[in-house]
Design a protein around this ligand. Structure first.
Ligand code: ZN
Length: 401
């Protein structure tokens, strides 16, 4: 029997990485190693030439989003923060009220955040023909926004929609947010004030904390002592108009209060964020699509993730097992990373594997610039050739006259 693939946090401290090749400690050395990696033909003829990219939370830190591990220096994860688990969300009305209050407060800031130079560099790597697809653990939708032309598999789902736990119907998060504001006018006022005073805007986590607000990953905002119990959230509109059938064959009860808020007398129609929550299984279709993305490439480039969740780690392991060279760019250690670099020739310069400890938002644009150089030279050369041919044509024309 196949084991379900669950999203579970991994909290062990990871040892610092060994940089590969050893010349890649400096920025020029790192760029040279990645250039070698991307240009190298795959080690076997049956592997495709292209590279698949696997990304994690560190890539979005430069967009102002919190990282689970806080490895990029300026951000530190709130140590007392514990994300909600799927089974709690499903089982407990109070837990859902608490989750949606915090998510309600966090959405506006998350909605305004945008992809950064790292995401656009991935787009450019695609345009240059090096990257064929992206698998991301991030739920911020920055990859599809930055490069809609490169296929992106969102391994842990996305926050841009909610999904019904009964009928699987999706509702845009913006629509859901408007409903939350309507059902919770006092919270809406609080949110507007927090936005007006800039309490949610500040990038400095200490300042935020001083204002009594804590911002956690995945758009979770914590206001200590807040009365979460009064919060109301809407029911799935589809299940409300047509209650689904339960597993035992009975028709489900979906009820709302006078304003349309989900009532605890219901046994269906609960909306959840369209992300894979901790403790929740990844859908088989998503798991298979991620495996296909790995199998469709000849190399794997891992960006800004410690691969703490097994769902991501096993994809990298799959790439390694297929004989694909692996490059990892991450500040801080990566779970079990020695596996990916076992048996490399100590004198290789990046064709067999690369391990860098650098920030993606400075490294990747510099890499793209370097990769574009020969192309620019080609463009110049072909412009010269065109000018030459034009002159030549004029000469021939003169000869014919
Ligand atoms: Zn539904």
């Amino acid at each position: 029997m196949k084991k379900p693939l669950m999203r579970i946090p991994y909290t062990e401290l990871l040892p610092p990485p060994a940089i590969i090749p050893h010349t890649a400690r400096s920025l020029p050395g790192a760029i040279a190693a990645l250039q070698e990696f991307l240009h190298a033909p795959p080690p076997r003829d049956d592997l495709p030439r292209s590279t698949v990219v696997l990304t994690g939370a560190g890539l979005s830190v430069a967009s102002g989003l919190a990282d689970y591990r806080g490895t990029n220096g300026t951000y530190r994860v709130n140590k007392t923060y514990r994300p909600i688990y799927y089974h709690e969300f499903l089982a407990n009305h109070e837990a859902r009220k608490r989750y949606w209050t915090r998510s309600f407060l966090g959405w506006t800031t998350l909605r305004k955040a945008a992809p950064n130079a790292g995401h656009y560099a991935v787009r450019d790597l695609g345009r240059l023909g090096f990257v064929s697809s992206v698998v991301t653990q991030n739920v911020d939708s920055f990859h599809p926004r930055a490069h809609p032309e490169i296929p992106t598999l969102e391994l842990h789902g996305y926050l841009r929609a909610t999904v019904c736990t009964s009928c699987r119907g999706e509702l845009a998060r913006d629509v859901f947010q408007t409903e939350l504001a309507r059902l919770n006018p006092m919270w809406d006022t609080f949110l507007r004030e927090a936005i007006a005073t800039g309490a949610l805007e500040t990038e400095d986590p200490h300042e935020r904390r001083a204002r009594g607000i804590r911002v956690n990953p995945d758009g979770d905002v914590e206001v200590p002592g807040a009365p979460y119990t009064t919060f109301r959230y809407p029911a799935c509109p589809r299940c409300l108009s047509s209650p689904p059938t339960l597993a035992d064959g009975r028709r489900a009860t979906v009820e709302v209060d006078n304003d349309g808020a989900w009532s605890p007398t219901s046994n269906a129609g609960i909306l959840k964020p369209a992300v894979v929550m901790f403790g929740e299984s990844i859908a088989d279709s998503v798991k298979q699509a991620a495996e296909q993305a790995i199998d469709g490439a000849g190399k794997l480039l891992v960006l800004a993730t410690s691969m703490a969740t097994y769902s991501a780690w096993r994809l990298a392991k799959r790439a390694k097992d297929r004989g694909m060279p692996v490059a990892i760019v991450n500040i801080g250690g990566v779970r079990g990373e020695e596996v990916f670099f076992a048996g490399l020739d100590p004198n290789q310069t990046g064709t067999q594997g690369v391990r860098l400890e650098m920030s993606t938002d400075s490294l990747l644009p510099a890499l793209v610039e370097q990769l574009q150089q020969p192309l620019l030279r080609n463009v110049e050369a072909s412009a010269e050739a065109a000018a030459f041919l034009e002159n030549d044509a004029a000469v021939f024309k003169n000869m014919l006259q």
